[in-house]
Design a binder for this molecule. Sequence first.
Ligand code: SAH
Length: 571
Amino acid sequence: MIGLISATAAGAAARDRLAAAWPDRTRVYDGPVGDAVRRAFAECEQLVCFLATGAVVRLIAPLLSDKASDPGVVCVDEAGRFAVSLVGGHGGGANELAVQVGESLGAEPVVTTATDAVGIPGLDTLGLPVEGDVAGVTRALLDGEPVALDAEAAWPLPPLPFTARDRAPGARVVRLTDRAVEPGDGEVLLRPPSLVVGVGASRGVPVDEVLDLVEGALRDAGLSPRSLAELATVDAKRDEPGIVEAAARLAVPLVTYPAEELTKVEVPNPSDAPLAAVGTPSVAEASALAGGGELLVPKRKSARADGHASMATCAVVRRPARGRLAVVGLGPGARDLLTPRATAELRRAAVLVGLDQYVDQIRDLLRPGTRILESGLGAEEERARTAVEEARRGQAVALIGSGDAGVYAMASPALAEASDDIDVVGVPGVTAALAAGAILGAPLGHDHVSISLSDLHTPWEVIERRVRAAAEADLVVTFYNPRSRGRDWQLPKALSILAEHREPATPVGVVRNASRPDGTSRLSTLAGLDPAWVDMMTVVTVGNTATRAVAGRMVTPRGYRWQEAAAEEVR
Ligand code: SAH
């Protein structure tokens, strides 16, 4: 029995909603609150107190004896926003009760036990069909009990804190499989979208004939229709009603290929009939195999009870897992300049690849179970290769970089390595030039470029040519990698090239560690800049010939005629 205790009118209203939702599981304890809590504590397995946590802590403190036998206690705040699992999270079932109360009242469950429990994605939220004992296995995951992962197919799952490597008898299991098996006790089946059925048919084929054929082929091969990802056929059949309707009823997309493409696919059972009709010796097998994979069921024909000629063929292929590579920019440093999308991708990834100091920047956001592959400065190529290799193995990988991961960072070496058998997702980040620009004022208000002064990978002649071009084109220039201990002459040289085309008084902004706690910025001039202010944590932004210092801020006008034109528009 769950004892319900409240003190205020709002608490009583929420209490009554819960009592109405669970009439057989709950009992309302009226009267003075202290008394009610003591009675409920003695009589119930669980309590839901519509009271402040502080009040409940004081009331139950003298009553607590043993976490194995104490009731589980959940507190719901006055506004009904949170359902807090207070004591007895595991033994007393308060963690699960908090989740249930949360669902019932629209409150956020607050579970603070077992760090494992924090941030575990729900098994039913992975975007895959799921069957079996979801509640029981989720509960076991929340409680930090051993759960084994039995993955027959690699699939880019988010991290799940599976603690058991082997399937001990009686242990709970999450099984990733496209086979037509029933979930056993304490087992959850996840269905990867791994199967493709190629379909060929004569004009006017009845939808039921296609459906029977497809379902029969899957059944006979011991495969689950819930793992069906798509039906495939030749372009000429894209509007064939029997095929279109079969895909709709199976709730999968219909993908079609040109006959010339299918002709190139090697198949075990080509024939003349489709060659004459649609221009390829195979439709079912070739369209199933066109996206790659392993042929599980070779071409078979539909059976017709009425003795008519078969009108449809199908073949079943298992696609290899497509891994997922997210290239994620972390922003310049401050946590609130990390985008929500970047956070979501970091939590989506089962494998994180990055420079150790960037990993430190976001380590607390990662879900338990995330595999972290960190390396030191200079290991760029290796990091890029590792990230791509892991994705090609079917993993969900995040490759991180500071600022924007595509700006002087990991995206290009990684994507130069990547083949088209993985999915790539890019998440933009606030790059240093923008973070610095916002601190300096509005230096990037007109055309601008970024130039890296690092001549490690680029010959100095190339860098110098670009600086000269930017100088001549009167572009605002932001220098990345401007100066390090071993590289100190490049910045003065670059500034002197700009000075050939700009006044000594041209504003120059120097921003070090933008958005980080020890961040500094200075507004100087081409003539006044002291290179000693500059190191590898710094960007240097040089204004164009129109850039001015206004009230201590760097401002590049939108154009010489901007103010006039704007005034004209108003008029
Ligand atoms: N991908 C990063 C740039 C990597 S190159 C981005 O988009 O920002 C490394 C250079 O970036 C550093 O040498 C420095 O010039 C600049 N930089 C990166 N973060 C910075 C910050 N918070 N403040 C100032 N400069 C920074």
